[in-house]
Design a binder for this molecule. Structure first.
Ligand code: NAP
Length: 492
């Protein structure tokens, strides 16, 4: 690992921000391409990003691990179809170590802001430990990194413990406690079945009932793992077949009527565990499946059917000294409040501290509605590549596919800029406009535009600025088809 950099050696060709799946992919691929002049700035003391931070009980990936991993670092040893968080974190640590990235990472280094210097043709990256400079920046901060807790009346008065699912305290003991959980998204449904057996009472505040389908997880047998190790093509085949099956879901998202078939399966799944008609009524979603992330769980409904669980079909209105008050006005006494209320996607924190040409921030330029070229580049923000940027979020398959595509796109753009003698690369305003128009058109008629659909995918103006509205192979072909007309290359 680096020691502290002296001010003199803080100039790199490439600065990578974040050591999660995106930042590590960028670092590894740069190295594989023979580029060693880079640094990774990471705010925490470990790699892993969201897979380091989210360690609530039951945390696991809801996409099969053979697909939810790097194509250039297959792991034959995944223990389960949907591997648990500690295993994913271990995988990322191993990747950082095996590809010798650890020594390139400056840990505990929070980036405060980035300014583009047109004079020097480089980014000035201000961190808590001083300034770094880079001709190119890979911004791998991610869209789901900063927890969102609603500002509720009475929050400061509460005498018990409050925390967010992504900041689960290491020493918390929920045994015998009355617990309030706010939210019914992908995080909540994973930890609720884990805590339900040990708490005395669990009040679940559900603002919107979610679609939940069968998970069907299973341990991958030792023999199968051995075969994957011995015949790597077998693992590539497994990965491809998961990929193809998942792309079929994108067809459903684009043709909402198809989703009715899956909705029927989900209703049957609920009826298998929930016998009480009143509870079924509360848990039945009122929007077209796919509008929000489809949840996969075999133990969520059985947990909700237990006598110590009470589903309150409303958001939380306010907090008192010893309890919580929902939409029904009833105060329920609780010892602990867990917010599983998601992340700051609608007002991306990094948009407030990345300043491009002319000194404007992304937030100034976007005005509440992010617009990019392929989610990777933004006109007015030269030589910076957003990873997991706007309109690259997926509801049906692995984000790693998108991240790898973005990294590859950035490497190609850098390569072209280098061929031109170290040029500055920027998305053309026209190309960005065409891309945004294409995305908006593609969203029409999809589940995300269906009646009654609202989700964190929507920006402040009601436009869907998060989701990729098509198949992922279409994304790859658009992102990797570097048309000179879409980018401007300027000499210093
Ligand atoms: P989320 O999907 O944003 O869900 C937040 C939940 O909190 C929703 O049920 C929301 O209700 C509710 N909520 C938000 N504000 C509220 C308020 N003021 N009062 C009451 N309820 C409120 O967050 P998440 O579950 O943490 O998941 C976020 C994303 O992380 C997922 O979509 C997924 O992309 C990723 N994730 C992935 C995995 C995985 O296995 N790969 C696992 C966990 C998370 P409404 O629905 O009414 O807004």
């Amino acid at each position: 690992m680096f020691g502290a950099h002296s001010p003199k050696d803080r100039s790199f060709k490439v600065v990578i921000i974040g050591a999660g799946f995106g930042g590590l992919a960028a670092a590894i691929r740069l190295k594989q391409k023979g580029e060693h002049d880079f640094v990774v700035l990471e705010r925490a003391d470990d790699v892993g990003g969201v897979w380091r931070d989210n360690r609530y009980p039951g945390c696991a990936c809801d996409v099969q691990s053979h697909l939810y991993s790097y194509s250039f670092a297959p792991n034959a040893s995944w223990s389960y179809q949907f591997s648990p968080q500690p295993e994913i974190l271990d995988y990322l640590r191993r990747c950082a170590q095996n590809f010798q990235i650890l020594e390139r990472i400056q840990f505990n280094t929070t980036v405060r802001n980035l300014h583009w210097s047109e004079e020097y043709g480089e980014w000035i990256v201000d961190t808590a430990h001083g300034e770094y400079r880079g001709r190119y920046v890979f911004a791998g901060m991610g869209a789901l990194s900063d927890p969102k807790i609603p500002a509720l009346k009475g929050m400061g008065d509460f005498k018990g413990q409050i925390f967010h699912s992504a900041q689960w305290p290491r020493d918390v003991n929920l045994g015998g406690k009355a617990v309030c959980v706010v939210g019914t998204g992908a995080s909540a449904i994973q930890f609720i079945p884990q805590i339900q057996p040990i708490v005395s009472k669990l009040y679940l505040f559900q603002r919107t009932a979610a679609w939940v389908v069968k998970r069907g997880d299973f341990a991958i047998a030792q023999n199968a793992r051995k075969r994957f190790r011995r015949f790597p093509w077998l693992q590539r085949w497994a990965r491809l077949s998961i990929y193809v099956q998942r792309e079929l879901l994108a067809f459903g998202f684009r043709h909402p009527r198809v989703m009715r078939l899956v909705q029927m399966q989900a209703i049957r799944h609920m009826h298998a565990s929930i016998k009480d008609p009143a509870l079924r009524q509360k848990l039945t979603p009122r929007y077209t499946m796919g509008c929000k992330r489809i949840l996969v769980s075999d133990d969520y409904y059985p947990a909700l059917a237990q006598p110590n669980v009470c589903v309150v079909p409303s958001g939380l209105e306010r907090i008192t000294e010893h309890g919580v008050v929902g939409g029904d006005g009833i105060e329920r006494k609780v010892d602990v409040i867990i917010f599983a209320t998601g992340f700051q996607v609608q007002d991306l924190p990094y948009s407030h501290y990345i300043y491009g040409r002319g000194g404007k921030s992304l937030a100034d330029v976007w005005q509440g509605s992010p617009r990019t070229l392929t989610g990777t580049m933004v006109s007015g923000f030269p030589s910076i590549f957003l990873l997991h940027g706007p309109n690259t979020v997926l509801g049906h398959t692995s984000m790693i596919y998108m991240l790898e595509t973005q990294v590859e796109q950035a490497l190609r753009l850098m390569g072209r800029a280098e061929q031109l003698g170290g040029a500055i690369v920027e998305a053309s305003a026209e190309a960005q406009k065409r891309f945004v128009t294409w995305v908006d058109r593609k969203l029409r008629g999809t589940v995300w535009a269906s009646v009654g659909c609202s989700s964190w995918y929507m920006d402040k103006t009601g436009r869907n600025a998060s989701i990729w509205p098509s198949y992922t192979f279409i994304y790859r072909s658009r992102a990797l088809n570097i048309r000179p007309v879409d980018y401007e290359f300027r000499q210093l």
